[in-house]
Ligand binder design. Structure first.
Ligand code: NAP
Ligand code: ZN
Ligand code: ZN
Length: 347
């Protein structure tokens, strides 16, 4: 049995999103049914709905920055009850037994995690994301939203928050460490806040100085324009960690030059084109280049608790579903401060 649920879907690649209905499964033994209240628009939604990352599954209901209220639980669910404030991020299943799953790294599951949308579940059914009235998810992939965090500004933490918190922690952002955040968008603005809350000295590297006041208010101590070649001369060899959140191709060699010995450039931004890199950019100073994919479920809960304790949440522009297509164009144009969040009451 299934329940028919109102949603907003892309019917085909590059086609505008519009009203649709989807089927959600009945709750199984360990499932939680969630009435979705808010869902963020991540740049990854745009990459996938427009097939920028390659062939995708349509119709597609994007959305992996989901907050809402539990309405029903399966008989075996122990962690949640109806009325609980919860969130769902980018994954809804994994094998749960491989080395990575057992280490709390479900995002690197050996069999591949099942993404919240644009994927096929382990039962063979298509997954549909959070631009919808409700979702049914195994309790392991549900996290609790602390009472101190409003559901609308917490929603972006489910992707933008964990995607930046995880590498900041892994590469030891903290007191005495200098971190550069490249790109002040959805991920970038949360990265500045989290990096600052962790005690690191944060610099923003943005294309221009247009958002400088915002960057400093969010916790950065310095703000530079990457369009200005002097930035790369003045900041050469300065940072322990450069966290790239830019959605477009970057001059990686130039940004590697900003690292101290043993520094790391970590790109969470996933441009649609391959990167060509002269390895000599890594060679001076034993620098490393890595990517990082979201974060595990336990770490996502840790991030939410950290954000609640430090007053960290996203700055959002709340919209109704009728403005999703306009919002997509504005995300691509870099015209949002700093995350669109859909009020699903408008569905
Ligand atoms: P976003 O809100 O659009 O922010 C990206 C920022 O990159 C923009 O605000 C802009 O910053 C800069 N930018 C955008 N277009 C640019 C261009 N053509 N040239 C130079 N800079 C440009 O996007 P987001 O939601 O934060 O996502 C950022 C990237 O991370 C996307 O590629 C997304 O798919 C990826 N992502 C990865 C993961 C993961 O697990 N690894 C998770 C979530 C998202 P300035 O205006 O300040 O320059
Ligand atoms: Zn995302
Ligand atoms: Zn696994």
């Amino acid at each position: 049995m299934t329940t028919t649920v109102p949603a907003y879907a892309a019917p085909a690649a590059k086609a505008p999103l519009g009203p649709a209905t989807i089927e959600r499964r009945d709750v199984r033994e360990l499932d939680v049914r969630i009435a979705i209240t808010f869902v963020g628009i991540c740049h990854s939604d745009v990459h996938q709905a427009r097939e920028g990352w390659g062939t995708a599954l349509f119709p597609m209901v994007p959305g992996h920055e989901i907050t809402g209220i539990v309405t029903e639980t399966g008989p075996g669910v122990t962690a949640y009850r109806p009325g609980d404030r919860v969130g769902v991020g980018c994954m809804v299943e994994s094998c749960r037994v491989c080395e990575n799953c057992r280490a709390g790294l479900e995002q690197y599951c050996a069999e591949g995690p099942v993404w919240t949308y644009n994927a096929v579940g382990r039962d063979g059914q298509r997954t549909y994301g959070g631009y919808a009235q409700e979702i049914v998810v195994d309790e392991h992939f549900v996290v609790r939203i602390p009472d101190a965090l409003p559901l609308e500004t917490a929603a972006p933490l489910l992707c933008a928050g964990i995607t930046t918190y995880s590498p900041l922690r892994h590469w030891n952002a903290g007191p005495g460490r200098r971190v550069a955040v490249v790109g002040l968008g959805g991920l970038g603005h949360v990265a500045v806040r989290i990096g600052h809350a962790l005690g690191a000295e944060v610099t923003v590297l943005s294309r221009s100085l247009r958002k400088k006041d915002d960057g400093l208010r969010l916790g950065a101590v310095d703000y530079r324009a990457t369009a200005d070649p002097e930035t790369f001369e003045e900041l050469a060899g300065r940072f322990d960690l450069v966290l790239n959140t830019v959605s477009a191709p970057l001059d990686f060699a130039a940004h590697l030059g900003l690292l101290r010995t043993d520094g790391a450039l970590v790109s969470v931004g996933l441009p649609e084109q391959p990167v060509l890199l002269d390895l000599r950019a890594l060679n001076g100073g034993r620098r490393s280049l890595s990517t990082s994919s979201i974060g595990g479920i336990a770490e996502t809960q840790e991030m939410l608790d950290f954000c609640a304790a430090h007053g960290v949440a996203a700055e959002v522009e709340l919209i109704g579903v009728d403005r999703i297509n306009e919002a997509y164009d504005r995300v691509v144009a870099g015209d949002v401060r700093f995350r669109f969040v859909i009020d699903t009451a408008t569905l």
